[in-house]
Design a protein around this ligand. Structure first.
Ligand SMILES: Cc1cc2nc3c(=O)[nH]c(=O)nc-3n(C[C@H](O)[C@H](O)[C@H](O)COP(=O)(O)OP(=O)(O)OC[C@H]3O[C@@H](n4cnc5c(N)ncnc54)[C@H](O)[C@@H]3O)c2cc1C
Ligand code: FES
Length: 366
């Protein structure tokens, strides 16, 4: 027993020392100096080598989506590398398909700038900016979800499409010693470009959500980068199926508010799933929107109603409800938002119903 313990301690000790030496070496011996970074074959930057490509680009105020804040666990920070960068790393393999690898796609948070690099990024990322918002209001809409209203200075504005998201730069605070970016969908309509609203769920021990729920105060400044994402309202005539649970309400609410603000009359149904009645929120506004946009039906379903809920509506998960209610899907368009589990379950239903997948848009909150 003692021998096993000693061996484990020795191995852990050696590994720890090696990791420390590597990190010191990286900072001191491995001084890569200045490198040339070329973007989209036209913009050239002289950057300091050694850091991740993602951080290097942030230094140049070019913001690549990074929903996990550079941990290599979201796969959002892909860029196309056309020259330099070396071989793909084991930490990238789970997120970059073999076809993408052949096309030079890399995770910019994993790839270190150690050689001259040529990369290609979507032009619209040059429009992503960093903003300092003031928290103008904070309200708990359920015991886990906080509704934030954020205000820009008078002459500043953000341009976004309904459904897109921003990233909050969480500062260092008492319970976290690192700055991290986290993705949050905008809940407000782009009609007001001077302010945004967010719906932020509490994740126990989560870095950003702990900050938002326990430390952030009214009138504080919150640094936001955005907008990002290809989940946004498509201007088509198709009948819409909108499906959300929890904070997945946010981008769908932005879409509904946008439709209301522009008087867009399209047929559609907004399905929202919650556990109990107290997990439903902002229903007054949503019901008012559906009265105004007469062809938008709203259906709430509770997966675990208690007797106190006094609930007479549908019971069960949204995917089961969709399974019961959806008939011919060929002319439909879907917007799904919330946990990966919910989205995968809905996608399974869509598969069996022959839903045209090119008309399914989703954001997984992972
Ligand atoms: C495109 C996009 C849009 C998003 N929009 C929203 C939004 O509008 N509102 C919102 O609240 N969130 C949204 N998210 C999720 C958000 O980005 C964070 O992942 C989440 O808030 C947790 O961040 P954190 O820093 O508090 O937790 P972290 O410090 O990242 O995580 C701490 C631990 O909790 C686990 N964890 C992370 N998220 C969850 C979860 N949801 N449930 C259970 N465990 C979890 C992690 O695996 C980790 O072990 C979105 C995500 C994406 C990708
Ligand atoms: S930022 Fe999430 S994988 Fe790179």
């Amino acid at each position: 027993m003692n021998t096993i313990l000693m061996t484990t301690l020795t191995i852990s000790g050696i590994t720890g020392i090696l990791a420390l030496l590597l990190s010191v070496a990286n900072r001191t011996i491995a001084n890569y100096g200045e490198m040339k970074l070329t973007i989209n074959n036209e913009k050239e930057y002289t950057v300091e080598g050694g850091d991740s490509l993602l951080s290097t680009l942030i230094e140049e105020e070019i913001f690549i989506p990074s929903a996990c804040g550079g941990k290599g666990s979201c796969g959002y920070c892909k860029v196309k590398v056309t020259e330099g960068g070396g071989d793909i790393l084991p930490t990238e393999l789970g997120y970059v398909t073999p076809e993408e690898q052949k096309a030079g796609i890399r995770l910019s948070c994993q790839l270190k700038v150690k050689t001259e690099l040529k990369i290609v990024i979507p032009e619209e990322l040059f429009n992503v900016k960093q903003f300092d918002y003031t928290v103008s209001s904070m309200e708990d809409v359920t015991d886990k979800i906080r509704h934030l209203k954020l205000q820009l200075p008078e002459n500043a504005s953000i341009d976004f499409k309904p459904g897109q998201y921003v990233q909050i730069l969480t500062p260092v605070y008492k319970e976290s010693d690192e700055e991290v970016y986290r993705a949050y969908s905008i809940a407000s309509s782009p009609v007001n470009r001077n302010a945004i609203e967010l719906l932020i769920g509490y994740v126990p021990e989560g870095i950003c959500t702990t900050y938002i729920h326990k430390y952030l105060k009214k009138n504080d400044t919150l640094t936001i980068v955005g907008p990002f994402g290809d989940f946004y309202y498509r201007d088509t005539d198709r009948e819409m199926v909108m499906v959300g649970i929890g904070t997945g309400m946010a981008p769908l609410l932005s879409i509904l508010r946008y439709m209301r603000d522009h008087g867009i009359q399209r047929r559609g149904t907004f399905y929202f799933g919650a556990r109990t009645r107290k997990d439903l929120f902002l229903t007054e506004e949503i019901d008012a929107i559906s009265r105004e946009l007469k062809d938008i039906e709203v259906v709430y379903t509770l997966s675990r109603p208690t007797p106190e809920c006094n609930w007479e509506g549908p019971v069960g998960r949204v995917n089961d409800l969709l399974d019961q209610r959806l008939g011919d899907c060929s002319e439909l368009e879907a917007y799904l938002c919330g946990s990966p589990l919910m989205i995968d379950a809905v996608m399974d239903v869509f598969q069996t119903k022959g839903f045209p997948m090119e008309h399914v848009h989703y954001d997984k909150f992972e």
